[in-house]
Design a protein around this ligand. Sequence first.
Ligand code: ASP
Length: 324
Amino acid sequence: MKNILIVFTGGTFSMRIDETTKAAIPFYHAKDLLEKIPEAQNLANISIYEFGNYPGPHMTPELMLDLSKKIKNFVDQEKVDGIIVTHGTDTLEETAYFVDLTVKTEKPIVVIGAMKTSSEPDWDGPRNLVDAIRICNNENSKGLGVLVCLNGEINAASEVTKTHTEDIETFMSLDFGSLGFVEKGKVVFNRLPRKLETIETDEIDSNVDLIKVYAGMNEKFFKLSANSGVHGVVIEAMGVGNVPPPAFEGIKYIVEKNIPVVLVSRCPAGETLDIYGYPGAGKWLKQLGVIFTDYLNGQKARIKMMICLGKTKDLKEMKKMFEG
Ligand code: ASP
């Protein structure tokens, strides 16, 4: 049997519904959870590492960096064949992408969570954990970067996003579809991840803002951000990458302070392109020096920017890391 390490970080996976408030709160430790899922022990030699019991919204970039460094050490250990990370689903895609960008390994790393707590009859934790073990046991899972598996769907960390607030079928790769699936114990891959990328750095700079553009937007938030001393800004523009003219003036204000700006779209799928030429459109933004990404959403672009800033403050190099 393979040796699999489960890194527990918290989330609904480790929660139960509190009797008094009737609301879900962190509760279980790794050992209690494993006792609730006896099937896991029959599929692999399981060891556990308790990183914490954080609800998704309590995760920070600094915690992600710490987790990534720990995972780097674990994958270097010969006796570890694969790693499973349990995580709150609210920030799961951010941590998964963080680890994907910062840990280079052929060994499978699978991030899972749960949409229902163990107090509910449809707790999805056990299925997701067992599926993740099966993925780690499968030879085809090697060298695919960090994987995310919930509801039997295998997705690439760099492509997946949480699409629904409550539904068990929430993690999807809206641009390219899932990589594969787990069904009745069988792991099937249909394609490779679109992009595998590692940025080697021991540091990050989390002083990066994420600003969403809306109809009638003016310069306010862009100026506030620049004047706060921000080191990088990700902008969720409209459509294929356009903003209202007053918002453009705000972006110009940031760029003129030599603060890097990365442009993504507020659309759930698709890339940003400079195919429009009216005031505030892509051509204007590109000419200003705004960095375009391809298929990253806002929260993922922010993760990448924090990691890039940990490695370089050079604007040209940063541009290459996003556009190259
Ligand atoms: N709000 C929860 C969290 O992210 C949701 C979950 O884990 O599924 O911790």
